[in-house]
Design a protein around this ligand. Structure first.
Ligand code: F6R
Length: 365
């Protein structure tokens, strides 16, 4: 079943162009996202939604964090995101006009499921499950379902489920923004960017060889810092999670603006720093954060649209992704970080598809 691939994880990384095309299939008409994609009842259930509460665990939680940036900046609705195990015991204040969005690959994660029931009990608004398994408990419990259609994910480390979740969340943002009157002409632009995803990701997968070489430089390290800003901060978090769970290298993500408030103390030649540095409004600020790392002898690995972002050297490696539309950029930047984690784990000889102590589906708290 793995075919030409050595691991399911690698196969699933390479399946992403196809998986994303499947996620979009039949859900767009005339450059518009169809509300019917969210189920027959979506039409009235989405009425009177004035806020969004996202609940998830692990990688799915990171997808939710990205969505918060989209939902607040594009759909102009207040959005909170919380890990399910905290939400369910916190006694949160219910908002009957808040759409509860539960994100889960398996649809069987005990905490996420319990959090959904708790949200209902407390009196939150209607619920939407963004899920990869149609018959799962979560898909059955929610009022609306948007299937990610990534196909079965076997590798314990989530890859194609994450990028398809992001695409579903961008679709949700568009639908909410249209209802809220905040999106108008932008919808076309976003939908076209979505359609370009399979081809864009196919090109990014060609970075595989380059990343394989870079991975050598991480293999003997004990710690790695991941930096990002804005919507790419959660992408840095996801990059760190992938690296730690399959290579067992301690990896931590920070919003780059927080560097001076603590983590800069850790930076030295033994602490590689990975930066997610797209060409956006925050790039100049991020660059000055990276200069600080450089000045302290830290080794930088910068994922950027263009090589020109900084002067390359033995201490500054730049991985060029090329021009990418801003709305799909978080999805695109995920790909090279997945490949990095994979190749580092491969060199370290860990069990990539079944990392120690972890299970694919966490059905107990
Ligand atoms: C990380 C990973 C886990 C899951 C988490 C939630 O690669 O796989 O962090 O994302 O256990 O699982 P689901 O999405 O099935 O609820």
């Amino acid at each position: 079943e793995r075919g030409e691939f050595r691991h399911y994880m690698l196969k699933e990384i390479f399946e992403q162009p196809h998986a994303l095309a499947e996620t979009l299939e039949g859900r767009i008409h005339n450059d518009q996202i169809l509300e019917a994609a969210f189920g027959a009842n979506a039409h009235h259930l989405l009425d009177e939604i004035y806020a969004v509460q996202i609940i998830a665990c692990g990688t799915s939680y990171h997808a939710g964090l990205v969505a918060r940036y989209w939902i607040e900046s594009l759909a102009k609705l207040p959005c909170s995101v919380e890990v399910a195990s905290e939400f369910r015991y916190r006694q949160p204040l219910p908002n009957p006009n808040a759409l509860v969005v539960c994100i889960s690959q398996s649809g069987e994660t005990a905490d996420t499921l319990a959090a959904l029931h708790e949200a209902k009990r407390l009196g939150f608004g209607p619920s939407l499950a963004i899920c990869n398994v149609p018959e799962s408990a979560l898909a059955r419990a929610a009022d609306m379902v948007l299937m990610t259609r990534a196909g079965p994910e076997i590798g314990v480390a989530s890859t194609k489920a994450f990028t398809t979740q992001l695409l579903c969340l961008l679709m949700l943002t568009v639908v909410l923004g249209r209802r809220n009157g905040t999106i108008s002409e932008l919808e076309k632009v976003i939908v076209r960017a979505m359609r370009s995803l399979p081809d864009q990701l196919q090109k990014l997968l060609e970075l595989n060889q380059e990343i394989k070489q870079i991975a050598e430089e991480f293999a003997d390290k004990h710690h790695t810092l991941f930096l990002g800003r804005g919507v790419h901060y959660p992408i840095a978090m996801e990059g760190a999670l992938k690296l730690k769970e399959i290579s067992y290298i301690h990896a931590e993500a920070y919003p780059a603006g927080e560097l001076k408030h603590g983590p800069l103390a850790l930076v030295d030649a033994d602490m590689p720093v990975v930066a997610v540095a797209p060409n956006d409004t925050l790039q100049e600020k991020l660059k000055s954060n990276l200069e600080e790392v450089h000045a302290r002898g830290g080794q930088l690995f910068i994922f950027a649209n263009h090589r020109a972002i900084m002067q390359g050297s033995d201490f500054v490696k730049i991985i060029e992704l090329g021009e990418i539309n801003e709305y799909i950029s978080p999805i695109a930047y995920t790909i090279p970080l997945q490949l990095l984690a994979y190749h580092v784990a491969l060199i370290r000889g860990t069990d990539v598809d079944k990392p120690r102590n972890l299970a694919k589906s966490v059905t107990v708290e």
